[in-house]
Design a protein around this ligand. Structure first.
Ligand code: UD1
Ligand code: CA
Length: 454
């Protein structure tokens, strides 16, 4: 915790080099928006003191982070990182912070540890303006750090002139700054956009502070890949791969067996218990937990699911917002949609879709079915081709199926409808009325066998 330090994330830019209309900071890395990683890194350091400048796609960014509502400041025209800071400044001043930690919204791999190290060093030397730098073989489009006898400054790639600034050293600006509000405030009106980018650069503050006799500091983090910016699809995928490897490695350390680990894409919030087996290629994202002894085969896509111990997900399943109880077996080729709850040892087989339905203990729905808005009692058997007709064009209706009921193949259950305990529905039925406990219902045309014409 760093008292008196507020945080500001710069997240208003369009991300032109991404070639997409979506705001860059919402592009995902292992299923989470880039900006979420930056907020997560800040949370332990400046709880409740994080702000963000939004602009391009501001309403989408706000929607993605409802908890941050208080902290957003809007930059309606994106005139540069320095301009973004100017727009946010009054909000920072009004909160009475002594310092502000400014972080570019496109450094998703930054961690709380890295930021804490940077803050400690910058605060220890009582810098007015500090920034983090890293070393690269090729400084590319990054701002370059120039350490002149007169003091340190940052020169943007577009404005870099070897004649004037000397050969680039490979030390670049990582886009993380610590600013002292009292001394930096008076410098903000001095920012100019008379550069190649025609933008107001936050980076010019370093040189301006030096000239004003303030204390500046470049905190060099060596070759730390966690501080690389994400500006293009290539950089996004590189960051994602970097993070992915770290997550899979961490799972091995915890005793998870990850087969084909190079193709296992597992998000940062996924919790996998020791003794579980996960096979790549797979994508497992969001708030998902996988219990011990669970086996997740390859070619599955999972988001926000709870998979209990010893359950088995067979190949080619798509699971979202579902709960799979202990010992359940799902797939191959099954789809569990939000609100699907499978209790202990339930079985959902190929081409079965389940939405907002509870399948109680030991239910079997082995093939080719749709179960939506249904409550299926323990031990019931759902025949191949069973459809709960839950939607009448306007509203959704519930289907209740009692314990140990047997639904014959190719049955349409027109909801709202209740099938009693141990009732049986004949194959091919269209059921529009409730079936009482223990009864057999047949709702289909009678077969007539007619003599063929000779
Ligand atoms: C910036 C730095 C560069 C540094 C690099 C590190 C400047 C001028 N340059 O360059 O020295 O090496 O980051 O990754 O700052 N943004 C706004 N409003 C704007 C413009 C940008 O909020 O008007 C936000 C963007 O959404 C982004 C961040 O600021 O998250 C950085 O902007 P970007 O355009 O990516 O700067 P770089 O060219 O990468
Ligand atoms: Ca950038």
């Amino acid at each position: 915790m760093f008292d008196g330090v507020g945080a500001l994330v710069l997240a208003a830019g369009k991300g032109t080099r991404m070639h997409s209309e979506a705001p860059k900071v919402l592009r995902t890395i292992l299923g989470e928006p880039m900006l979420a990683y930056v907020f997560d890194a800040l949370r332990p350091l400046c709880p409740d003191r994080a702000h963000a400048v939004v602009g391009h796609g501001a309403s989408a960014v706000r929607r993605a982070f409802p908890d941050m509502a208080e902290g957003f400041v809007e930059q309606t025209e994106q005139l540069g990182t320095g301009h973004a800071l100017q727009v946010a400044w009054p909000a920072l001043v009004s909160r009475g912070y002594e310092h502000v930690l400014v972080v570019n919204g496109d450094v998703p791999l930054v961690t709380a540890d890295i930021l804490a190290g940077f803050l400690s060093e910058a605060l220890a030397v009582q810098a007015d303006v500090a920034f983090a730098s890293i070393e690269l073989d090729d400084p590319g489009a990054y701002g370059r750090v120039v350490r002149a006898p007169s003091g340190v400054c940052i020169v943007e790639a577009k404005d870099y002139d070897t004649m004037r600034h000397g050969p680039a050293t490979g030390e670049i600006n990582a886009g993380i700054y610590l600013l002292r509000l009292a001394t930096v405030g008076p410098l903000l009106p001095l920012l100019r956009n008379d550069n190649r980018g025609r933008e107001f650069y936050i980076t010019d503050l370093v040189g301006l502070a030096g000239k004003a006799g303030l204390r500046t500091r470049a905190v060099n983090r060596g070759r730390d890949g966690a501080l690389l910016g994400v500006n293009s699809p290539r950089e996004l995928v590189a960051a994602e791969e970097n993070l992915r490897r770290g997550i899979v490695d961490g799972l091995f350390d915890q005793g998870v067996l990850v087969r084909c680990p190079d193709q296992a894409r597992i998000g940062p919030r996924v919790a996998v218990a020791a003794g579980a087996v996960v096979a790549g290629p797979c994508e497992i994202y969001g708030d998902t937990s996988i219990g011990t002894g669970a086996r997740v085969a390859s070619q599955v896509w999972i988001r926000d699911c709870g998979l209990d111990e010893n359950c088995e997900i067979l190949p080619f399943c798509h699971l979202e917002g579902a709960r799979v109880g202990p010992g359940c077996k799902v797939g191959p080729f099954a789809r569990l949609r939000p609100g699907a709850v499978l209790e202990q040892e339930a079985r959902v087989g190929n081409f079965v879709e389940v939405k907002k339905s509870v399948l109680r203990r030991g239910v079997k729905a082995g093939h080719l079915s749709y179960l939506g808005d249904a409550d299926v009692g323990a031990g019931a058997n759902i025949g191949a081709g069973t459809i709960t007709c839950n939607y009448d064009g306007k509203n959704k209706h519930a289907t209740i199926i009692g314990e140990e009921a047997f639904i014959g193949s190719n049955t349409a259950l027109v909801a709202p409808v209740t099938i009693g305990r141990k009732a049986l529905v004949g194959a091919g039925s269209v059921i529009t009325h409730d079936v009482p406990e223990g009864m057999m219902a047949v709702g289909r045309g009678r077969q007539t066998n007619l003599r063929r014409k000779p």
